[in-house]
Design a protein around this ligand. Structure first.
Ligand code: PLP
Length: 452
């Protein structure tokens, strides 16, 4: 297919809406033409079909921290495709998956030792929730069926993840089919106390006491697990206050409730450590991961669990299947090979140290936007940051479209959700690229201030 044919086919397919886009205003995107079509990508930049180059401010969707088109990753993919492109993962395995599981367990906090592979964050979360329910049942404690999520939490779009998630717009259409027995903690963000915090807010550990309220309401004997993102990414980088996660851990331990950290965004370097759990010094019973583990190049997700959980499942006759769960592509050889190369590069290039160094650059640059009249809050942790804008009643959706469009014009691909712009630049960014990114964002915000 030559380039011209490809382009015209693309235009026709867009105008007909053949590709129903995820989490998108489909009619708007399809009506806008070439500048919403990505043609190629290299390093921290995308080239759009209209020829524009834009900086990747969110590392794809938090998933491509080593940048695009990395030659070593491309080569790993090619080699693995030649050697073993697929093998069933049921009742058998292969070297890339087994060694990757051992490697990930080694990178995880002490005590988390076994890995169950899935293909996405959503699958990882639903797997972890099933493991939590199964764990208690196998221990003769089947009354523990409740799952506790958190307001403004995002755990993907499976029925489990959606139910424990706390984003109203994702939930309301499916209110009648939510999982039973789910409740939510209040979210850990209080603007009045924590606005413009750099890193972790000092105030707010007390918000974890909300878990005691839910325990008092439902009784601990009915609660299987609590699931939280250590840093709430999708709803705009809500940073845990100092002591908050420690308190959640203490309450869970006291009541025999499993604690799950959803590290789909925070895992593999985003916090300057392998996992956010290590950054915050709190060890959960399970960690879910996805995204950066393969630099977003081949889908992969998974759950890391403690020995206690794993051993609880390993009972009954040896010939019996212990956990009737899994995916055709669990531990896919291409994903596993790519993950090994991604982890090699992260190790060799000292990525955690690099993220820590870039964290202070991003912090300083983002907080310098405080003088803008449209800014309501600025926050950051690791290589993430968010700008929260003063609400624009009834114009919020329109403003977010406008911000995105102005961003493309100025050379930055922005992730705008409602009144919040979130940032998770690639780990390979230079300090200059981060400064330039925020300078461009300043221009975008100034332009938007003229309209709203
Ligand atoms: C914390 C968290 N969990 C789960 C998911 C879902 O991941 P996926 O889109 O790969 O299903 C996401 C996606 O952004 C996420 O941020």
């Amino acid at each position: 297919m030559n380039e011209l044919k490809n382009e015209s086919l693309c235009a026709v397919a867009m105008s007909e809406g053949r590709n129903w886009l995820p989490f998108s205003a489909n009619r708007l995107v399809n009506g806008r033409g070439d500048h919403r079509v990505v043609a190629s990508a290299k390093g921290p930049y995308y080239t759009m079909a209209d020829g524009r180059t834009v900086f990747d401010t969110l590392s794809g969707l938090w998933c491509t921290p080593l940048g695009h088109g990395h030659p070593r990753i491309v080569e790993a993919l090619r080699q693995q495709a030649e050697t073993l492109d697929f093998a069933p993962g049921f009742q058998m395995t292969h070297a890339p998956a087994v060694t990757l599981a051992a490697r990930i367990a080694k990178m995880a906090p002490e005590g988390l030792e076994h890995v169950f592979f899935a293909n996405s964050g959503s699958e990882a979360v639903d797997t972890a929730l099933k493991i939590a329910i199964g764990f208690h049942k196998l221990r003769g404690d089947g009354g523990r069926f409740r799952l506790i999520g958190r307001e403004r939490g995002y755990h993907g779009v499976g029925f489990g993840g959606m139910s424990v998630g706390g984003i109203v717009s994702n939930r309301k259409m499916f209110a009648t089919v939510m999982m039973p027995g789910v409740d939510h903690l209040r979210h850990p963000y209080d603007h009045a106390h924590v606005a413009f915090s750099k890193g972790q807010p000092e105030w707010g550990a007390c918000l974890a006491d909300d878990l005691e309220r839910l325990v008092a309401l439902h009784d601990a004997s009915t609660i299987a697990a609590v699931i939280v993102e250590p840093v709430q990414g999708s709803t705009g980088v809500l940073v845990p206050p100092v002591g908050y996660l420690q308190k959640l851990r203490e309450i869970c331990t006291k009541h025999g409730i499993l604690l799950i950290f959803d590290e789909v965004i925070t895992g593999f370097g985003r916090m300057g450590e392998n996992f956010a759990s290590q950054r915050f010094g709190v060890t959960p019973d399970m960690i879910t991961f996805a995204k950066a583990v393969t630099n977003g190049i081949v889908p992969m997700g998974g759950v890391i669990v403690t020995s206690e959980i794993y051993k609880t499942f390993m009972n009954g006759p040896e010939s019996a299947i212990e956990f009737a769960h899994g995916y055709t592509y669990s531990g896919h050889p291409l994903a596993a090979a790519v993950a090994h190369t991604v982890l090699d590069i992260m190790e060799e290039e000292g990525i955690n140290g690099r993220v820590k160094a870039l964290e202070s650059v991003l912090e300083e640059e983002v907080h310098a936007l405080r003088d803008l009249k449209s800014v309501k809050d600025l926050r950051n942790i690791g290589l993430t940051a968010a700008i929260e804008l003063v609400p624009a009643p009834e114009k919020s959706a329109l403003r977010s479209v406008q911000l995105f469009e102005y961003g493309l014009q100025k050379g930055v691909l922005l992730r705008v959700t409602g009144d919040i712009i979130s940032f998770g630049p690639p780990f390979i960014s230079t300090p200059e690229q981060i400064k330039e990114m925020i300078q461009k964002v300043r221009k975008v915000l100034l332009k938007c201030e003229e309209d709203f």
